[in-house]
Design a protein around this ligand. Structure first.
Ligand SMILES: NC(=O)C1=CN([C@@H]2O[C@H](COP(=O)(O)OP(=O)(O)OC[C@H]3O[C@@H](n4cnc5c(N)ncnc54)[C@H](OP(=O)(O)O)[C@@H]3O)[C@@H](O)[C@H]2O)C=CC1
Ligand SMILES: O=C(O)CCC(=O)C(=O)O
Ligand SMILES: [Mg+2]
Length: 745
C-alpha cells in the first residue's frame, strides 16, 4: 500500500461482482484520480487463492502472491480502507471446477485428492482445503458487522415495491428441525478465566486417547462452547421428515450453509442424500465406497464417479436412484428444466438466501414440473431455524409483508476475530469412534467441557473473544443512539453460549451512556415476534445478534424489504481502526453469470458497490482530513440517490439497461454533482467536461451498451476469465470508454 497517498483497496472476487468490477473500476479511477486517491486491487477470487497456494507447481510467471494473507495483515492497521465484494465460499464441486479450468489454462496444479492415501496426497488436500468454504470473510472481518438499508434505498423500495407472493392460512409450508441430538441440545459453554491452552481429545470407549486438536490458545474472558450433532438423531430425523413429507404429499427441501459451515454442514447435507436414496445406497454402497463417492459434495459427485463404470452397470444404478423417488416425496428443484434438485450440490441452496426467497414467494419453491409449491423446509439445527417458523406463522396469520409500509430491521452482528462459528472450521471433527470428547487444559489436565459422543457425531469447539463482545455492545449502543431505533439483543438464556453472552451484555452496557435508549434482550423466537409486530406497523428495530443470525437476518429482512440484500450498506468498522466496506449483504449471484454468458445481459445491481464506495471515501476524507475525498463521497451519495429516483437500476430483461448501463448513469450523475458543487473549483472544472461529454452522448452510449446484448458472451473462463475478453464484454461502449479516459488525462 502506498504510504503517501490515501489508498482504497478494491477486491477482485468471483462471478457477477467480478464482472461488474471490470466495468466499474475504470469509472472509480476516473473520479479517484482527480482527488489523488490511489485505487489498488487485490485478487482474492477462488482461482487466485488456489494459485497462491501452489507456487511450487507453477512457473515463475504463473505465480500469484498470497493476497488474502496480505489483506488480513492490513486489517490490523488503522489507515486500512478495503472495499470487499462478495466472493465464492467454495464447495468441493466448485473447487474442482476451478482447478479443472486452471489446468486447462496450462496451470499444472495437482489433482484434488478426494480420499488421500499417502502423506503427500494429504498435504495437497490440506492446502486445497484452505481455499474451501468461507475462507475469505473470517480473515478480513476483523471487526463486527453493521448492516442496514440506507434511507434512500428504503424509500425507493417503498415507491417501487418488488413483487411479493401471497401467503394464505392454507399454506402447508413449514420448517422442520431436530428437537434432540442437535448442536443446540447438548451445548455446553463457559467463560474462561485466565489465559490457558487446551486440547480437544477423544477418550474412546476402548480406552484409547485420540488428540484431535493438540493446542488451542484461549485468553481470559473467552467464551468457549463444546457441542455436537448426533448422527443417529440426525438420520432418524431425516427418516421421519422424508416419510412425513411423502405421506402428506408436501415437497421436501433442505436448507443448510455448507459453504460457511464448511466442515459440519457438508456432512449434515450428505446424510440427507444418503437417507433419501437409502435403498440405492443399501444395494450399491460397497461399490460407491470403492469409487470414492462422497455425497457430502452432492449427488453430482455420485453421478460423476459412476461415469467410469460400464454403461449397463451405470444405468442400473441410475435406475435404482430413480426408483427411490417412487416412495420418496417430491424434491425442491434448483433448475427444474435440467432436472437439478436441491441435492445436486451443497452450494446450490444456501440457507441465508434460500429461506427468504421461499418466504418472499409466499412459502413456495420450484417443483420438478417447474411449478411453485408449498414445502417442508428442513433446517436440521434448531438453534436458529425456529426464527423462520415464527416468521411463517406470522405470514400465515397476517399475509405477506408489504414493502411499501413495512419497517426496517438493521443488524449489528458479532463476528470479529473469528467469533463463534467462523473460527470453528479447524475445531470441528466427525467423531471416528464413540467415547468422551473433552476440552482439556494442557498444563493442569483439568477437563473444562465434556461430551459423550458416538461414532459419526459432529463435535466442535467455538470461541468468541471478550474484546469483540465489548466492541459489539458498543456498536449496538452507537447504532441505537445514531438511528433513534430500539435495539434488541437476540439472545436465548436457555442456550448456554448465549447465556454467557447475556452476562457480558449486562456487564458492558454500563460502560456506555444508555440514557433514554430502548435496549432489550429477548430469546430469538420472541425477538422475531416482537420485531415483526413492529415491522407491520412500519416501525424499525435493530437486531443485535451473534454471527449466524447476522448472516440469516441480513438476507431475510432485506430480501423482504428491498427485494434483495445487495442494496444494503454493509460496514465492518475494523477493531484496529480501519474500515472494511462490504458491497451489500448478498453473494456473487451465479445465476447472473449464466444470463451474461448466454445473452450478454448482466442483471447484477452494483448499488452495493456505489454505497460502499461512498462510505469508503467518506472515511478516507475524515481520517486523512482530505477535503476532496469528502466531496467525492458527498457527491457520490447524491448521485446514487438520483440513480434511484430516476430508476436507472439494471433490468432483468435482456436488451434493456443492465449493470453496465446503470454504471454509466451513476458516472454521469456523479460527474454532474461534482460539476455543480462550489467547494472545489478544480474538481468542478474537471468534471464539467466529463458531465457534458456523458450527457451529450447519453443516447449513443445507452445504445452502444444495450446494443451489445442478445448473443452469447465469451469472457474466456468462469473462475479465471481472460482479462482482455472480460473487459471487452463489460465495456462495450467506445464513446463511454473514451470519455472516461479523457477525464484521466
Ligand atoms: N459476502 C460474501 O462473500 C458472500 C458470498 N456468498 C457466495 O455467493 C455465492 C452465491 O450465493 P447465493 O446463496 O446464491 O446468494 P446470492 O445472494 O449470490 O444470490 C441469490 C440471488 O439474490 C439476488 N442477488 C444477489 N446479489 C444481487 C445483486 N447485486 N443484484 C441483483 N440481484 C442480486 C439474485 O436474484 P435473481 O437471480 O432473482 O436476480 C441472486 O440469484 C456462493 O458461492 C456463496 O458462497 C454468499 C453470501 C455472501
Ligand atoms: O462467509 C460466507 O461464506 C458467507 C457470508 C455471508 O453469507 C454473509 O456475510 O452474509
Ligand atoms: Mg449471508
Amino acid at each position: 500500500m502506498s504510504a503517501e497517498k490515501p489508498t482504497i483497496i478494491y477486491t477482485l472476487t468471483d462471478e457477477a461482482p467480478m464482472l461488474a468490477t471490470y466495468a466499474f473500476l475504470p469509472v472509480i479511477r476516473a473520479f479517484a484520480d482527480a482527488a489523488d486517491i490511489n485505487v489498488e486491487t487485490s485478487d482474492i477470487s477462488v482461482a487466485a487463492r488456489i494459485l497462491a497456494e501452489f507456487p511450487d507447481y507453477l512457473t515463475e510467471e504463473q505465480r500469484l502472491p498470497d493476497n488474502l494473507g496480505e489483506l488480513g495483515k492490513l486489517t490490523q492497521r488503522p489507515e486500512t480502507n478495503i472495499i470487499k465484494l462478495p466472493n465464492i465460499s467454495a464447495s468441493v464441486p466448485q473447487l474442482l471446477a476451478a482447478i479443472k479450468e486452471l489446468k486447462e489454462k496450462g496451470y499444472d496444479l495437482p489433482d484434488f485428492p478426494g480420499s488421500p492415501k499417502t502423506d503427500e496426497e494429504q498435504e495437497i488436500r490440506d492446502r486445497y482445503t484452505k481455499c474451501l468454504g468461507s475462507a475469505v470473510n473470517p480473515v478480513l472481518r476483523e471487526g463486527n458487522s453493521d448492516r442496514r438499508a440506507p434511507k434512500a434505498v428504503k424509500e425507493y423500495a417503498r415507491k417501487h415495491p418488488h413483487s411479493m407472493g401471497e401467503w394464505s392460512m392454507a399454506s402447508r409450508t413449514h420448517v422442520a428441525h431436530m428437537t434432540e441430538g442437535d448442536f443446540y441440545h447438548g451445548e455446553k459453554s463457559m467463560t474462561v478465566e485466565g489465559d490457558r491452552e487446551v486440547k480437544m481429545e477423544l477418550i474412546t470407549d476402548s480406552g484409547e486417547t485420540l488428540v484431535l486438536k493438540p493446542k488451542v490458545t484461549l485468553t481470559d474472558g473467552d467464551v468457549i462452547d463444546s457441542m455436537f450433532m448426533s448422527k443417529k438423531a440426525l438420520v432418524k430425523f431425516y427418516e421421519e421428515q422424508i416419510e412425513d413429507a411423502y405421506k402428506t404429499g408436501v415437497m421436501f427441501s433442505l436448507h443448510v450453509k455448507a459453504t460457511m459451515m464448511r466442515v459440519s454442514h457438508p456432512i449434515v447435507f450428505g446424510h440427507a442424500v444418503k437417507v433419501f436414496y437409502k435403498d440405492a445406497f443399501a444395494k450399491h454402497g460397497d461399490l460407491f465406497d470403492d469409487l470414492g463417492v462422497n455425497v457430502n459434495n452432492g449427488l453430482s459427485d455420485l453421478y460423476s464417479k459412476i461415469e467410469s463404470l460400464p454403461s449397463a452397470q451405470r444405468e442400473e444404478i441410475i435406475d435404482d436412484l430413480h426408483k427411490c423417488h417412487e416412495h420418496r416425496p417430491e424434491l425442491a428443484m434448483v433448475d427444474s428444466a435440467r432436472g437439478i434438485s436441491n441435492f445436486h450440490s451443497p452450494s446450490d441452496v444456501i440457507v441465508d438466501a434460500s429461506m427468504p426467497a421461499m418466504i418472499r414467494a409466499g412459502g413456495k419453491m420450484y417443483g420438478a414440473d417447474g411449478r411453485m409449491k408449498d414445502t417442508k423446509a428442513v433446517n436440521p439445527e434448531s438453534t436458529f431455524s425456529r426464527i423462520y417458523q415464527e416468521m411463517i406463522n406470522f405470514c400465515k396469520t397476517n399475509g405477506a409483508f408489504d414493502p411499501t409500509t413495512m419497517g426496517t430491521v438493521p443488524n449489528v452482528g458479532l463476528m470479529a476475530q473469528k467469533a463463534e462459528e467462523y473460527g470453528s472450521h479447524d475445531k470441528t471433527f466427525e467423531v471416528p469412534q464413540g467415547g468422551t470428547a473433552n476440552i482439556t487444559d494442557l498444563e493442569t489436565g483439568e477437563v473444562l467441557l465434556t461430551q459423550t459422543v458416538e461414532e459419526g457425531d459432529i463435535w466442535r469447539l467455538c470461541i468468541v473473544k471478550d474484546a469483540p463482545i465489548q466492541d459489539w455492545v458498543k456498536l449496538a449502543v452507537t447504532r441505537c443512539r445514531d438511528s433513534g431505533m430500539p435495539v434488541l439483543f437476540w439472545l436465548d438464556p436457555y442456550r448456554p453460549h448465549e447465556n454467557e453472552l447475556i452476562k457480558k451484555v449486562h456487564k458492558y452496557l454500563p460502560d456506555h451512556d444508555t440514557e433514554g435508549l430502548d435496549i432489550q434482550i429477548m430469546s430469538q423466537v420472541r425477538a422475531m415476534r416482537y420485531t415483526l409486530e413492529r415491522v407491520i406497523r412500519g416501525l424499525d428495530t435493530i437486531s443485535a445478534t451473534g454471527n449466524i443470525l447476522r448472516d440469516y437476518l441480513t438476507d431475510l429482512f432485506p430480501i423482504l424489504e428491498l427485494g434483495t440484500s445487495a442494496k444494503m450498506l454493509s460496514i465492518v468498522p475494523l477493531m484496529a481502526g480501519g474500515g472494511l466496506y462490504e458491497t451489500g449483504a448478498g453473494g456473487s449471484a451465479p445465476k447472473h453469470v449464466k444470463q451474461l454468458l448466454e445473452e450478454n445481459h448482466l442483471r447484477w445491481d452494483s448499488l452495493g458497490e456505489f454505497l460502499a464506495l461512498a462510505v469508503s471515501l467518506e472515511d478516507l476524507g475524515k481520517k486523512a482530513d482530505d477535503k476532496r475525498a469528502t466531496i467525492l463521497a458527498k457527491t457520490l451519495d447524491t448521485a446514487t440517490g438520483k440513480l434511484l429516483e430516476n430508476d436507472k437500476g439494471p433490468s432483468r430483461t435482456t436488451g434493456e439497461l443492465d449493470n453496465r448501463g446503470s454504471q454509466f448513469y451513476l458516472a454521469m450523475y456523479w460527474a454532474q454533482e461534482l460539476a455543480a458543487q462550489t467547494e472545489d473549483e478544480e474538481l468542478r472544472d474537471r468534471f464539467t467536461t466529463l458531465a457534458q461529454a456523458l450527457a451529450d452522448n447519453e443516447d449513443t452510449i445507452v445504445k452502444e451498451l444495450n446494443g451489445a446484448q442478445g448473443e452469447a458472451a465469451d469472457i474466456g473462463g468462469y473462475y479465471f476469465p481472460v482479462p482482455d475478453k472480460a473487459a471487452a464484454v463489460m465495456r462495450p461502449s467506445k464513446t463511454f470508454n473514451d470519455a472516461l479516459s479523457a477525464a484521466r488525462d
